[in-house]
Design a protein around this ligand. Structure first.
Ligand SMILES: Nc1ncnc2c1ncn2[C@@H]1O[C@H](COP(=O)(O)OP(=O)(O)OP(=O)(O)O)[C@@H](O)[C@H]1O
Ligand SMILES: [Mg+2]
Length: 557
């Protein structure tokens, strides 16, 4: 091996790869530049999921003609001058890296007019070099057009997802910046069709209504708290409104959109005991703190920040959300029908804590012996007796397993039973949900969902799977679209759909069941192939064998 210094071309492409991961990264950098330039109107257009074309136009300061080439030089920025500036940077950009990175992986055109020039300037770049330049008229501001992203990077192109997935990343991103800057008018156009727009009125609630739907936002609570260092403002959902993933948690630090597990935990802590397991709130949280209290330079795409006082920030956010929740009547009693067993069931739990008396059977394919129902504990677990001792069955997990198997079996055999709705149900979707629906419409149809467009992000649901009859359709489809948008978890759509439906449609913990219902549930569980685990892999039951019972009671020797 010989050590060599890489050519500048290779270096720039490697560096670009870190900043520009996918089309949405280009949109992010361009929007940030527009915001930094003081724009009050930003229009984003994308075609082919952003791979064919991305165009961002603003009415900001424009780039002086004399500096246009410089803007595409690596480490050329108007935003900081010295290292000290980094500690007090208030602009979103500061590295002078975004434009050269984009130009390294795509063909770029810029048309800009700054107030210091008589006429606007147009340049086009290929392989990072300016190939043409001319004077052209434009009102003050800048339009950057990015064509054929990753054309010469087949590896990256291959890694990109479908057009609708890439588009949904762009929609999500745009909705985040719209939430961060309610005073800026945003417009998003996909292939000629406006998908999202805000008015720039400055009203956060109005933008949140655009993103999450007016219904949801009506019940959202104002968050507002200020202490010596940290200001927290925004909106948080009431406990009645929840989602099945964390996509609806937005955090902005000094108006920079950040992904922060710390802030997500702080927010969710405030909801402890108020939401069912696996449900997450909707929240838009703006933090303001002195620039010196955070490091914005820790992530290639500037999507994370580091707080110098993490604990203080955590506490401030948690308290701010708690205070907002305390102002609602629902939260005050902390009604907790879904919290674990308590009171009279304390003693068996303590036994389990000290010594593992109950051995969780994890033998996946093992059949279940015939069981006799003895009763229900805490409206959550079924006690049953079998040939070899005692079984405690989690009613929700067991039902989930039954539904999951049935949904997938019907689907695989192409024998899905469909329930037509006498009255079609109208559904209003967020831009992100709409993209997910578009991407998944065919698969959803194969599961029995007939969903038709009804104009303006409204859809009509005409049928659902018969197995889901009786479910709250709007909630079910909302949860389904949430679940389909999640990137982790099972990759195949059909599995995700079966997961989501079985979770949503199954009997809850805390629900009383009659003896007949329990017997039926166990009978059906016995017929599944993996009765001992739910589709998430958690146990559906615990088994205490006769031998263990005898041992515990000192009957054996
Ligand atoms: N839409 C725009 N309006 C006005 N000036 C712009 C615009 N886009 C870019 N510029 C100018 O071009 C320079 C380079 O932009 P670029 O995005 O590459 O770097 P940056 O924003 O300074 O830092 P970062 O790499 O962190 O984004 C900016 O500093 C700014 O002066
Ligand atoms: Mg920038």
């Amino acid at each position: 091996m010989t050590i060599r210094v890489l050519s500048p071309d290779v270096v720039s492409k490697i560096a670009a790869g870190e900043v520009i991961e996918r089309p949405a990264s280009v949109v992010k950098e361009l929007i940030e530049n527009s915001l930094d330039s003081g724009a009050s109107e930003i229009a984003v257009e994308a075609r082919g999921g952003g791979v064919e074309l991305i165009r961002v136009s603003d009415n900001g300061s424009g780039i002086p003609a004399s500096e246009l080439e410089l803007a595409f030089r690596r480490h050329a920025t108007s935003k900081i001058g010295a290292l000290d500036d980094l500690e007090k940077v208030s602009s979103l950009g500061f590295r002078g890296e975004a434009l050269p990175s984009i130009a390294a992986v795509a063909e770029v055109e810029v048309l800009t007019q700054s107030s210091s020039d008589e006429v606007g300037t147009y340049v086009s770049l290929k392989q990072g070099e300016v190939v043409s330049r001319e004077g052209r008229a434009r009102p003050r501001g800048t339009t950057v057009t990015v064509n054929r992203l990753f054309r010469y990077f087949p590896a990256r192109l291959k890694f990109l997802k479908s057009v609708s997935t890439e588009s949904s990343h762009i929609s999500h991103l745009l909705s985040q910046y719209a939430l961060a800057f309610p005073e800026v008018r945003f417009r998003l156009v996909f292939g000629g069709r406006t998908s999202f727009r805000t008015t720039g009125s400055g009203d956060l609630r109005e933008v949140a209504g655009q993103v999450y739907g007016p219904e949801s936002v009506r019940s959202m609570l104002e968050v507002e708290r200020k202490d010596a260092q940290v200001g927290v403002r925004g909106l948080a959902s009431s406990p009645a409104l929840a989602r099945s993933n964390r996509n609806s948690l937005s955090f902005f630090v000094n108006r920079r959109w950040v992904r922060s597990p710390l802030l997500a935990r702080a927010t969710e802590e405030a909801y402890r005991g108020l939401l069912m397991e696996g449900r997450h709130p909707i929240a838009v949280i703006n933090l303001s703190l002195p620039a010196g209290e955070l490091d914005v330079n820790i992530h290639p795409a500037k999507a994370q920040v580091k707080f110098s006082q993490e604990q203080a920030v955590f506490a401030a956010v948690r308290r701010a959300v708690e205070e907002a929740l305390a102002r609602t009547p629902i939260a005050r009693p902390r009604a907790a029908p879904f919290t674990p067993v308590s009171g009279q069931w304390q003693s068996p739990r303590m036994v389990m804590d000290t010594e593992p008396v109950f051995v969780v059977s994890r033998l996946p394919a093992m059949e279940l012996p015939l069981l006799r129902v003895v009763g229900q504990v805490a409206n959550t677990y079924i006690i049953a007796e079998g040939p070899d001792g005692l079984y405690l069955i989690d009613q929700h997990a067991a039902h989930e397993r039954i539904l999951y198997d049935r949904i997938l079996a019907q689907w695989a055999q192409k024998e899905v039973e469909v329930q037509g709705l006498l009255q079609p149900i109208t559904l209003e979707l967020t831009p992100g949900e709409e993209e997910t629906l578009k991407a998944g419409r065919e698969v959803l149809a194969s599961f029995g969902f007939a969903i038709e467009p009804f104009g303006d992000r409204s859809y009509l649901i005409r049928s659902i799977p018969a197995l889901m009859a009786g479910a709250n359709v709007v909630e079910m489809v909302g949860a389904l679209l949430d679940d389909l948008a999640v990137k982790e978890g099972p990759a195949a759509w059909e599995e995700k759909i079966a997961h989501s439906l079985s979770c949503h449609g199954s009997i809850r913990a805390g629900q009383q069941m009659s003896n007949d219902e329990m017997r039926e549930l166990i009978k059906q569980l016995e017929q599944t192939k993996q009765p001992r685990t739910c589709p998430h892999g958690r146990p559906t039951m615990m088994h205490l064998s006769s031998h263990q019972l005898e041992k515990e009671f000192g009957r054996t020797g």
